[in-house]
Design a protein around this ligand. Structure first.
Ligand code: SAM
Length: 266
């Protein structure tokens, strides 16, 4: 079990709510791959902005939970259509078995102490043929993003916090998920005032974990670059997908092997 990375999300709930918003390209990417779902669950949903837009696009009922009561309070105020509650993803999820056809988490896994529990519980609450999705930052995403360019200290901070893709996929396999694969969404954008405000208000946890001097130095450099011309922002997201396949009561490879041997002996 990893050590839980403590961070006071109650304190930053309003900042996250005001300055963070779903990435459109990521939402489109997920929507195009899920297409159909009746009931969806976001684990560690924060103020439920991804959950709200995805449930609307999919015409699905949206459910979410988060460990922070302030995030859930703000999410409930903002996003009326979704059903939210306070719960810990390192414990049993507060839902019955086989309730959802899509279970996902975004920017959560680096706060989770017990990845095996996260995926075992995601598996339990999924129906057969349901999908699980983790959206996270790979080591490469962390190295190449604009945030790291202006605030180099955040590179080591986040490399130490984020579990690698292989830890995530092995916890998924252990939980029983099959058909595991990875996709990537890369975005480049003109860095505008709203992005500057995100950084200034430290709407990314790494900016709250770094030194004050490093933060001010990075803000100054960014301000200068924006004054002198176009700043191109870069951010990538890594998606890890899996499926809960219905339990087979026969062993497919054995049947094929027997058939093949029979033919060759004729
Ligand atoms: C970076 S925010 C992401 C929120 C949301 N998924 C999004 O992308 O907008 C991480 C969220 O994970 C929640 N979180 C951290 N540890 C958790 C845990 N053990 N169980 C449930 N939620 C947790 C935090 O309270 C916070 O709202």
């Amino acid at each position: 079990m990893r050590q839980r990375k403590s961070f006071d999300f109650d304190e930053v709930a309003m900042t996250y709510s005001q300055y963070r918003y779903p990435n459109e390209k990521l939402v489109e990417h997920v929507f195009n791959r899920v297409r159909y779902a009746d009931r969806i669950l976001e684990v560690g949903c924060g103020t439920a902005d991804y959950l709200s837009i995805l449930s609307e696009l999919l015409h699905a009922r949206g459910f979410g939970f988060d460990i922070s009561p302030s995030m859930i309070m703000e999410g409930t105020r903002k996003n009326h259509r979704v059903e939210l509650m306070v719960a810990d993803a390192d414990q049993s999820f507060p839902y019955e078995d086989s309730r959802f056809d899509f279970v996902f988490n975004v920017n959560l896994v680096h706060y989770i102490a017990n990845l095996e529990n996260l995926f075992e519980e995601s598996f339990r609450v999924l129906q057969n043929d349901g999908s699980v999705l983790t959206v996270t930052d790979s080591c490469q995403d962390i190295c190449e993003r604009t945030l790291t360019y202006y605030f180099p200290e955040t590179l080591e901070i986040d490399k130490a916090r984020y579990p690698g893709n292989s830890s995530i996929t092995s916890a998924m396999k252990k939980a029983g998920f099959e058909g595991i694969y990875t996709t990537k969404v890369k975005t480049t954008f003109e860095f505008k005032k709203k992005h500057f405000e995100q950084y200034r208000n430290r709407a990314y946890s790494a900016l709250r974990l770094m030194s004050e001097e490093g933060f001010e130095e990075g803000m100054k450099r960014l301000e200068e670059d924006m004054k002198h011309g176009l700043v191109i922002g870069k951010k990538a997201y890594t998606q890890i997908w899996g499926i809960k396949i219905a339990k087979r009561d026969f062993d497919l490879p054995t049947i094929f092997a027997v058939g093949f041997n029979d033919e060759s002996s004729n």
